[in-house]
Design a protein around this ligand. Structure first.
Ligand SMILES: Nc1ncnc2c1ncn2[C@@H]1O[C@H](COP(=O)(O)OP(=O)(O)OP(=O)(O)O)[C@@H](O)[C@H]1O
Ligand SMILES: [Mg+2]
Length: 152
């Protein structure tokens, strides 16, 4: 597990990082987006979805909780998930998120709701507020992403 830090000054930089990550994403990957309210999690997810071919801006899944996308709307199936409103492990259990890993890329906002049940192969990206309204992103890169991350 390696760690990498990227400074992102502005929304455009966040979207662009998402686009670059999309170029390496595969079915079965989990990308966990951590960070407080307004950190930029959905923005990063939007960059990924846009690069996978989504026309128009992806909605925040904060009310739907799970927003699925399928081919041909996107190049590979994606489940964009926001766990913010979930109350406990039982509700997480009901979502059966593991099932999406069989045939989709899983993008999860507020993965802390999973407790210690986040998959070990997940790419964990933590976004923090920085000076001048910029963001600092810290990537915890699992073995499954080492090679790919070096190309991002
Ligand atoms: N790197 C960045 N620098 C400055 N502003 C950014 C950056 N990335 C995103 N933003 C801005 O931050 C705001 C919040 O972004 P976003 O909705 O993606 O956050 P979020 O983490 O998904 O929030 P929530 O927890 O409410 O879902 C938006 O106005 C977005 O344009
Ligand atoms: Mg969001």
């Amino acid at each position: 597990m390696a760690e990498a830090v990227i400074d992102l000054a502005g929304e455009a930089a966040m979207l662009d990082l998402g686009r670059r990550i999309a170029g390496h994403a595969r079915i079965g990957d989990a990308i966990a987006l951590e960070g407080g309210l307004g950190a930029g999690k959905t923005t990063l997810a939007r960059g990924i979805l846009e690069a996978l071919g989504l026309a128009g801006e992806a909605p925040s899944p904060s009310f739907a909780i799970v927003q699925p996308y399928d081919v041909p709307e996107v190049r590979l199936p994606v489940a964009h998930v926001d766990l913010y409103r979930l109350d406990g492990p039982e509700e997480v259990e009901e979502l059966a998120l593991g099932d999406y890993l069989m045939d989709s890329l899983l993008i999860i906002e507020w993965p802390d709701r999973l407790g210690d049940r986040l998959w070990p192969h997940a790419l964990r990206l933590t976004i923090e507020m920085a000076a001048d309204d910029a963001r600092r992103l810290t990537a915890a890169v699992p073995d499954a992403w080492t090679e790919r991350w070096s190309q991002i």
